[in-house]
Design a binder for this molecule. Structure first.
Ligand code: PLP
Length: 400
């Protein structure tokens, strides 16, 4: 039996060197390495600005909270797909907004763009598409609708590191994009998240939001990096300390230097890791048609590259077995599995207070009951991919 864990992490020698320097100098809180990581992440995505935060959930929430500086009020609505990791819905609520859920397209696992317009009300402020499993959402249609109704677009790109759509990098397709840097993701800082944007004003607000809503906007705080005198700090007319002026309701969501050091190493090896993971994902996707009509996965369109986060597997209607039977068989054979999430409004009890109609999201609910995903990470090779395929084949032989 081969063991196929869901994910892996490479802490590079360079990361270890930086961590050791950080520990020696005791400059541990957000500082020059967080800034270096942000600059390199922005350059990789092709965005002007990047602001690192504590988690991907916070990246979603802080990006949304920026909208309060642009006319949004608490309780305004954000359109999100019904199917996602629960963090997407949690982040909307944590930011003080109301999530309005739209069903997904079962083929892409992403928001069904044909159903967005009927969900728009006077309170709608933004659409937050999720590029689930790294497959880009239909951004042309989403941006067209957003433009027509004057809405912001914030990409939840948590699972879409390295994805591209019609010649552009995912992460540059809306007003802001939020990434998770949790260990399960291709670029990781252990825990962490980052927001990218081309707008300097958004980035300044994000830096304020991650530090309690302070009036400070600097890319890197001089007090944290060198303990020097900060010339901006007492520059107001009455010499009030701007560090203790809180311009907006903030969060406590800074990234620390040790996390950034791990992230810098992850950026150093990103291209190799992406190539390996993409080889694994596309190999598995290519071979997957042999399991039809019982099992399916997503398809790659010619105009996109999927961010190789994981391989989604869907148990189709006519299968004589359940998702849980397949999951049990795979786990017994050493293959780590994860569910393919739930319909947040109808399958996650925490959202019940929103009183969404049960079975109002049939596609998301179907995936919630019949979906799973498995890892495609860089420590797996074609031998391990073949093992995954062979294990599924054996299961189908026994159960169909
Ligand atoms: C689609 C999506 N959004 C948001 C998040 C939240 O990220 P984190 O776990 O870093 O808070 C995740 C987590 O992986 C995710 O998959």
């Amino acid at each position: 039996m081969i063991r196929i864990p869901f994910g892996t992490i490479a802490v590079t020698d360079r990361s270890k060197e930086i961590i050791s320097e950080i520990l020696d100098t005791k400059r541990l809180s957000t500082g020059k390495y967080v800034r270096e990581f942000e600059k390199r992440f922005a350059a990789l995505i092709g965005a002007e600005e990047a602001v690192a935060v504590s988690t991907g959930t916070d990246a979603d929430a802080l990006a949304l909270a920026v909208l309060y500086d642009f006319g949004a009020v608490r309780g305004d609505e954000i359109i999100v797909p019904a199917l996602s990791f629960v963090a997407t819905g949690n982040a909307v609520l944590q930011a003080g907004f109301t999530p309005v859920f739209v069903d997904i397209d079962r083929k892409t696992l992403n928001i069904d763009v044909a159903k967005i317009e009927e969900a728009i009300t006077k309170k709608t402020k933004a659409i937050m598409p999720v590029h689930l499993m790294g497959k880009p959402a239909d951004m042309d249609s989403i941006n067209r609708i957003a433009q027509q109704y004057g809405l912001y677009v914030i990409e939840d790109a948590a699972e879409a590191h390295g994805a591209s759509y019609k010649g552009k990098n995912v992460g540059t397709l809306g007003d802001m994009a939020a990434y998770s840097l949790y260990v399960a993701h291709i670029i990781t800082t252990i825990e962490g998240g980052i927001v990218v944007t081309n707008r300097t004003d958004f980035a300044e607000i994000l830096r304020s939001l991650r530090s309690h809503g302070r009036a400070c906007k600097c890319e890197s705080c001089v007090l944290n990096t060198s303990s020097s005198y900060c010339p901006k700090r007492f520059s107001l007319g009455d010499k009030s300390d701007i560090r203790f002026i809180f311009e907006r309701i903030g969060f406590s969501s800074k990234m620390n230097e040790i996390e950034a050091a791990v992230g810098i190493g992850a950026l150093d090896v990103f291209n190799d890791v992406l190539k390996k993971r993409r080889e694994n994902l596309y190999y598995l996707m290519d071979k997957f048609s042999r399991f039809e009509p019982y099992l399916t996965t997503i398809k790659k369109e010619p105009y996109e590259d999927i961010g190789p986060h994981a391989l989604p597997i869907i148990i189709e209607e006519d299968s004589p077995f359940t998702r849980n039977q397949l999951v049990d068989f795979m786990e017994k054979n050493g293959i780590d599995t994860r569910s393919l999430f739930q319909s947040m409004p109808t399958q996650c009890p925490g959202f019940a207070f929103l009183k969404a109609k049960a079975s109002g999201f049939p596609n998301a609910e179907y995936i919630g009951n019949n979906g799973l995903h498995v890892g495609v990470h860089q420590d797996l090779g074609l031998k391990e991919c073949d093992y995954i395929l062979d294990t599924i084949q054996i299961f189908l032989k026994k159960n169909t």
